[in-house]
Design a protein around this ligand. Sequence first.
Ligand code: SF4
Ligand code: SF4
Length: 276
Amino acid sequence: MSMDRRQFLKIAGISSILGLGATAASATHNIWVKGLSPEEAAKNPEALSAKHWAMVVDMSKFKTDEDFQKTISACHTTHNVPDFGNIKDEIKWIWKEKYENAFPDQDNPYMEEKLKEMPFVVLCNHCENPACVRVCPTQATFKRKQDGIVMMDMHRCIGCRFCMAACPYGARSFNYRDPRGKKANGELFIKSENKEYPTRTKGVVEKCTFCTERLAVGKLPACVEAAPKGGMFFGDLADKNSEVRKIVETRYTIRRKPELGTGPSVYYLIGGTEHA
Ligand code: SF4
Ligand code: SF4
């Protein structure tokens, strides 16, 4: 790894506790999910925590292919997600999925083909009852007690892929190849490595982390920041005053495969919003 794991956890964890990172956060990130500036967040480390991080996606704001690409690429470049150059080995933390695949339970026999084909942005749902966590034999994947984020410890992962089989959303990818390697033409699988974030090894599973490293320093997730204006919201669902809570309370939202009882923390706003 280009960054030692202990070093990484130290930066992510300690800066959260001390509120140091918020000072380091760029002033260009008008970040704070509770409406605080980085300076205010630095003075109030409590503001860097949440009881239940959640996301709301408003697909009506994603109008062009570029809107999707910018959002996906922000995540994948930030997190050193390799591009192996073929679908079979694809690693994805956030991706485009057709409506009919993302929401198979919402289908009806009269639905127009173009509606079924509509692209949605999907990612790990950081489920309240994560099926992946239940089946992991080494606790390499676990749900954080403090804020509900479902994490991966790459060093504990033995590559059994039980979690991939258990996840009903296809939110996990397996490194069949070494992400630090090269294609036959010499091009690196990770084109431009972010030295601030660890790379992974062959044989481990990976997925979206809800950008824990960014939350720890008071930044919004990279995808939320890169999404079209009003396209993605992120905040503490347990906080009655948060934007995500207000949207979920007052607007019609849907979640992926709710009938499975996993309790996704990613909500999709239907019918657009004035929250933009
Ligand atoms: S979406 Fe899948 S990988 Fe993510 S927490 Fe839920 S079951 Fe686990
Ligand atoms: S929340 Fe962070 S890790 Fe998850 S998809 Fe968005 S950018 Fe990627």
